[in-house]
Design a binder for this molecule. Structure first.
Ligand code: PHE
Length: 444
């Protein structure tokens, strides 16, 4: 059977950027900047994004395209039997991440519904905090929204690559940029906004330590959707004539742009209202609504913001879903429709304990973490980095020639930075990534 393809180059770039731009950019990045010392974190993060992120992304796309396969088949074909274990790991990671990502995605749906139905009117700061706590910790409500979020993902992926994922990305990514631009302008024109801009851009190097460096690299991986097969899978539908390095640079550029804009949206608002930028995960769900409530047309601004967050989340979720769906279709010969429905259902069920872990199952912990935190910790600190290192080693050492062939389109499009890329994959990226794993484990 003929493999599906993206309808156009821009379709691939928007879909891959959709995968990259997610909760990681709008929810996690600003609170990391807040917690890890503003501009200093930004500088380290951008350095990793450009030096390591682009290289690993090029390797992943090339791996998928040369093998024309899901991550499992891709590792098997590119590097042979034993390496395919890393393909399996990538698929497993995508599944695990999607299960709890969809829980958070569900919260964005809940906020949209509550904003539209007027459920928040008259709320003040403390009430937002209470209602967020009540939402995430209740037994049924967040699971219903998690189910709704997953169902929307299934409805998109079931329509296939160009008819589903590409079409959805082509509508949603421009919408995302429009909403973001609107919100940034509003935030920057608040009195006192400049303090936030300053905090975001002016590095305070006293924050530079191993924790920060490791958080920056971890975030670079997560935000680019590296290490869990998303770009291997998306790359496998990319036409043979397209330039991989060029596409990768676009995707990284767009991802960085959104993260920086999200910083300009959130930090100035937080500073203008004298809130705590290091508030952590509650920053977008508690602090921001409290700020919006103070503004004229606050509910409208709030709606724009949570639609933005939803769009960012769903375009990422579908890339994770597609990883698992492609694997099931290709390795077990199942049709796309039934594969999508089954994968969606099983992932939904697996997400339920993550949601409950924030409420009634909160006391079940392992190593001091509940189920939700544990999944995040394991995938962030071990599975993603392992996937990344494996891709680098296969690209840089095991099948280097095949990769060069793929990246240069059989020699037709020379890649100027080939030598730099090679040594990044061979030595620099693996060492940096392994360091992050060690740091998470032994605090070295
Ligand atoms: N890159 C996404 C984000 O920043 C998260 C994600 C990870 C999406 C892995 C797909 C795959 O939120």
């Amino acid at each position: 059977m003929q493999r599906e393809h993206w309808g156009s180059r821009i379709g691939f770039i928007l879909a891959a950027a959709g995968s990259a731009v997610g909760l990681g950019n709008i929810w996690k990045f600003p609170y990391l900047v807040g917690a890890e010392g503003g501009g200093a974190f930004l500088v380290v993060y951008v350095a990793f994004l450009i030096a390591i992120g682009v290289c690993v992304m090029i390797a992943e796309i090339a791996l998928g395209r040369q093998a024309q396969s899901n991550p499992f088949g891709a590792f098997k074909r590119a590097a042979g039997g034993g390496w395919s274990i890393f393909g399996l790991l990538a698929v497993l990671t995508a599944f695990l991440i999607l299960s709890f990502y969809s829980v958070v995605g569900g919260w964005t749906v809940a906020y949209i519904v509550k904003t539209v139905s007027g459920g928040f009117s008259g709320y003040t700061g403390a009430e937002f905090e209470k209602q967020f706590g009540a939402l995430v910790s209740s037994a049924i409500e967040p699971i219903v929204y998690h189910g709704a979020f997953m169902a929307i993902g299934v409805l998109i992926v079931i329509r296939g690559i160009s008819g589903g994922i590409e079409k959805a990305s082509k509508i949603m990514m421009p919408l995302l940029f429009i909403l973001l631009a609107l919100l940034v302008v509003r935030s920057l024109t608040l009195p006192g906004a400049m303090a936030g801009v300053k905090y975001f851009l002016v590095p305070d190097w006293s924050h530079l330590d191993a924790d920060m460096v490791s958080a920056a690299l971890g975030q670079a991986f997560f935000t680019l959707s590296l290490g869990m097969g998303a770009l291997i899978t998306y790359g496998s539908y990319l036409g043979k004539k397209e330039s991989i390095p060029n596409a990768a640079m676009w995707v990284v550029g767009l991802d960085l742009l959104v993260a920086v804009l999200a910083g300009f949206l959130i930090l100035p608002a937080v500073f203008a209202f004298n809130m705590d930028p290091a508030a952590g995960p509650g920053l977008t769900f508690i602090t921001l609504p409290a700020i919006f409530a103070e503004l004229p047309f606050g509910m409208f601004i709030q709606l724009c913001f949570f639609v933005l967050l939803f769009v960012a989340a769903i375009t990422s979720a579908i890339s994770l879903l597609q990883v698992v769906v492609a694997f099931v279709c290709e390795e077990f010969n199942v049709g796309r429709k039934s594969a999508t429905i089954w994968v969606g259902l099983v992932t939904f069920l697996f997400g339920v304990p993550s949601s409950l872990a924030l409420g009634i199952w909160g006391e079940f912990t392992l190593f001091g973490m509940n189920f939700f935190e544990l999944l995040g910790f394991i995938t962030d600190n071990y599975f993603l980095p392992l996937g990344g290192v494996a891709t680098c080693l296969v690209a840089g050492w095991v099948s280097y020639d095949k990769f060069v062939n793929e990246i240069t389109n059989e020699g037709e499009r020379p890649f100027t930075y080939l030598t730099a890329w090679k040594w990044m994959c061979r030595v620099v990226a693996p060492i940096a990534i392994i360091y992050v794993m060690l740091h998470a484990t032994f605090d070295v």
